[in-house]
Every structure is written in C-alpha cells, then in structure tokens.
Write a protein that binds this ligand. Sequence first.
Ligand code: GAR
Length: 218
Amino acid sequence: MTSQRKRVGVLISGRGSNMRSLVEAASAPDFPAEIALVLSNVADAAGLDFARTQGIATALVEHKAFSGREAFERAMHETLVGHGVELVCLAGFMRLLTPWFVGQWRDRMLNIHPALLPAYRGLHTHERALAEGVKIHGATVHFVAPEVDAGPIIAQAAVPVLGGDTPETLAARVLAQEHRIYPLALKLVASGAARVDGARVLIEGEAAAPDALLWPTA
Ligand code: GAR
C-alpha cells in the first residue's frame, strides 16, 4: 500500500505554511501521497528548516545562480526527476514558469492561489479585493497551465470579506482555508479521483458531497 503513494515535490520560496499543511496531511498512513522533496529557489526560505526537522529531503536551486530561466528550470526538473517525483505542488513558489517546464508537468503540477480564480490573478490579491469592495473572497487550487494563475480548478474555498478587514486580516482568513483545501486537492489528484477534462476537472463522488469544497466548515 505504502509503495502506491504518489511521490510529491513541493516548491516553495518562503514561509512554507502551505507546504507544512501538505506534510501534515501526508503523515496520515492512508493519505495517497508522500512528500518526497521540498525544493526552494531561496536559500533562507523558512519552510526549508521545517522540512529538515521533519526528515524530508530538501533541495536548493537558486534562480540567481543561472544565466536564464530555462537553465534554472532544467536544473529544477532534473532535481525533481532525480528524487522520483511524480506530482509537483507549487506552494508560495514566486517564480514565473516557462511553457517548457509547465509542459513537462502537464496535469501533474498543482498551484495554490490566494483568490477565487479567475478573479484576481497575479499579486496583491487581498489588497485588490478590498479596493474593489467584493463581499466574498477565497482561495483556489488548480492544475498549472502556461498562463499565469490559470488552469483547470480542483478546489476552491470562499470566505466573507468583513467591514473592518485589512489586507492582513483578510489574508489570514484566506490562508486558513488554503491550509484546508490544498491537502484536499492533493488527495483528490493523488488518489485519481480528480481528473482533467478539457478546461475543467471532474471529481469522482463530488455529487455525493456537493458542498465539500466550497464553504469553510470552521
Ligand atoms: C500563500 O498565500 C499562497 O497562496 C500565495 O503565497 C502564500 C505563500 O504562503 N501564493 C501566491 O500568491 C502565488 N501566486 P506560504 O509560503 O506560507 O505557503
């Protein structure tokens, strides 16, 4: 049973709290994936320390050390393949990826984005949501497509935007939901329950739990 768990490489650039939520979920013996590698492009990313304390293999591939984006990505790709990685999870990985790298991991690379895509692609999502006065905001896990913050959606969670919110309070409310839906999305993909169908993701058994992905339970 253990040998059937999908080997996951998590790419981070900083704090790594989403990576941590994946590591914690994968510690359950019946979780269909294991975190085989945590790779960072930033040497002092705090998430690397956490991964080391958990006895997880870590790798540093610094974009600064390469002459161009493709050379950097080829080094990352070789590292991932060298660790037997089958699925990649971007978790606060703050580099744009070329179509070449995205193509190598097509339908096998997930990203978490702090907004309800397709709204608020890009950076500063919480500031922009507050500035536009939306009443509902949230987070999305999706398969990675060549366009930035686009691709078939696996899971989303919505949160209310409250009157006194600042970007920080809203970010914290969204982050709590990120930590809930990223492990859920990885479980769906690693188990084979979620599969890409054109621009959408079909989820086996979803009809039995129609609101499982949408609204916070706590
Ligand atoms: C998370 O909020 C994640 O959604 C966001 O960066 C944060 C990383 O936090 N990602 C992006 O904005 C990517 N476009 P973490 O390092 O604690 O997981």
